[in-house]
Design a protein around this ligand. Structure first.
Ligand code: SF4
Length: 395
């Protein structure tokens, strides 16, 4: 059976996670749900607001942190990540206020990575200077495409020119570490030139790139368009062609393909997301935020109003949690290892059972017994993960 390819949703966060037991996590995710409008492909937990209630939100984040992590024991972070939604919609003062609130409970370790997801139209020299002064040292820019026709189809709120202006403004403000998000495998009818978009991105010299294949999620404008026959997904061959072309072009430009969807210049790998992929504990606050304490995952209610109401009355905004059993842990260990260039250490005797992967060019095995997937293997990540997990379950 030919394994199925792996697709990742745009902006999709890694599997998340908990109720904290013991040591405080070194990583904190804050979900900022505000967006100007919903993009055509997006099923994230967002709150569309013409005027963003930045003060109300910062206060609620502070309340959830106090509720979830009471006490005065020192809590130091290596990474802090503002994701969304569109955190840059908080503006210059809103981000500073939020960081100020968070710092009442945590301290940032020297050299901590502080990332803000931003839409290009929100980045000006003034806003970027304020973010940097508040502690932000890395931006993740939702570029998606450099084609105005495509951006309009996606319901994005920026045009192609805004991406370059945002990069220039960030650099002028002293933030040189930035990532660009791009989406590939768009419907044929859009006639999007993927190679030209990659070249436009490279011309801006980002330190990091995240590339996601378009997926049709339920209850999105895109799924309605598909149901009405107005749009068809890109064929499999083009998905694979664009994924592999990106690998060839970006690695030729000295970007390491260090995770199935992520590329970085040496030393600029995303430390926060890498914590997810290493399976270490992380805290998370905000609507729909997922956290993990090393054994248990927990996730908050999705809707902004419901999350606000719970936090305001001093009750836990958790919607659910899950203790990872032996089976889930085994599956996760395989999945997290295979999705990164770090790879997975094979158990004695396993290599001989995975010979077909090596022969097909889906994986490579080093002399120490570490198996890493090739780009061809990453196109089949889900199926290969399942295959190896089933093999291991038989021991
Ligand atoms: S800006 Fe990001 S989070 Fe907001 S609707 Fe668009 S894709 Fe979704």
């Amino acid at each position: 059976m030919l394994p199925e390819r792996r697709r990742e949703a745009p902006h999709r966060l890694a599997p998340a996670g908990p109720v904290y037991s013991g040591v405080l996590p070194r990583h904190l995710y804050v979900h900022v749900p505000f967006c100007a409008r919903r993009c055509s492909y997006c099923d994230f937990s967002i709150a569309v607001r013409a005027a963003v209630p930045a003060t109300e939100f910062a206060d609620a984040v502070g309340a959830e942190l106090r509720l979830r992590h009471p006490g005065r024991d020192p809590w130091e972070l290596d990474t802090l990540y503002f994701g969304g939604g569109t955190p840059s919609k908080l503006g210059a003062e809103g981000v500073a206020r939020l960081l100020d609130t968070i710092r009442r409970r945590v301290t940032l370790a020297p050299g901590a990575e502080v990332t803000l997801e931003a839409n290009p139209e929100d980045v000006s020299v003034e806003s970027a200077r304020a973010w940097r002064a508040a502690g932000v040292n890395r931006l993740s820019l939702g570029a998606q495409s450099f084609d105005d026709h495509v951006l309009t189809w996606m319901h994005r709120t920026h045009d192609a020119g805004a991406i370059g202006r945002a990069v220039e403004a960030a650099r002028e403000a002293g933030i040189a570490d930035f990532s660009l998000d791009l989406i590939f495998a768009l419907p044929d009818a859009l006639e999007r030139d993927w190679i030209r978009d990659l070249e436009s991105a490279l011309a801006l010299q980002p330190t990091h790139l995240s590339l996601y294949g378009l997926t049709v999620e339920p209850a999105t404008p895109l799924s309605r368009w598909r149901a009405r026959g107005q749009v068809r997904e890109a064929p499999e061959e083009r998905y694979e062609r664009e994924f592999l072309a990106a690998h060839d072009i970006l690695t030729a430009h000295r970007y390491g393909h260090y995770e199935v969807s992520n590329y970085a210049r040496p030393g600029h790998e995303a430390r926060h997301n890498s914590a997810y992929w290493l399976g270490v504990p992380y805290a998370a606050v905000g609507p729909s935020a997922h956290a993990f304490d090393g054994s248990r995952r927990r996730w908050n209610v999705q809707a902004y109003a419901a999350w606000m109401a719970r936090v305001a009355e001093g009750s836990d905004p958790m919607e659910g949690d899950e203790l990872l059993g032996a089976e889930s842990r085994a599956l996760e260990a395989v999945y997290l290892g295979l999705r990164t260039a770090r790879g997975l250490h094979l158990e004695p005797g396993e290599a001989s059972q995975l010979q077909s992967w090596l022969e097909a060019g889906w994986a490579e095995l080093d002399p120490q017994g570490t198996l890493t997937l090739t780009p061809l293997g990453w196109l089949r990540l889900d199926a290969l993960t399942e295959h190896l997990t089933v093999l291991r379950s038989r021991y």
